[in-house]
Design a protein around this ligand. Structure first.
Ligand SMILES: [Zn+2]
Length: 113
């Protein structure tokens, strides 16, 4: 899975925000064609990059108030990441942490049906 795929899933499933689409953008259309954000202001909206702290940090804060946060921690424990202390190392690394998070979110979705 590429970081871009990870970013898209986490934006939609965890932040529950629009993954802005520029596929049909032209010089005359510089706003997101899905949510139309930026249409009135002319601002171009960039999608998050969770391999960077400026985007990953707020995500990390947000997930700690999610109902599934403790489940996420428990799954990491079951995966053997907690006893060795590797969970913190993973969580504190934006690229590895966002990948662990997306795997958890996808597993959870598969389980829920
Ligand atoms: Zn959008």
């Amino acid at each position: 899975m590429t970081q871009n795929e990870v970013d898209k899933i986490l934006t939609e499933k965890v932040l529950r925000e629009c993954w802005h689409s520029w596929e049909l953008a032209t010089p005359d259309v510089e706003y997101c064609l899905k949510c139309r954000k930026g249409r009135d202001t002319g601002d171009i909206y960039i999608n998050p990059d969770f391999s960077k702290w400026e985007d990953y940090g707020p995500l990390l804060e947000k997930i700690q108030s999610e109902t599934w946060w403790e489940d996420f921690v428990a799954v990491q424990w079951d995966n053997g990441l907690m006893p060795e202390g590797n969970f913190l190392g993973t969580l504190l690394n934006p690229a590895r942490g966002s990948l662990a998070l997306v795997e958890f979110v996808k597993d959870r979705e598969d389980t829920d049906g």
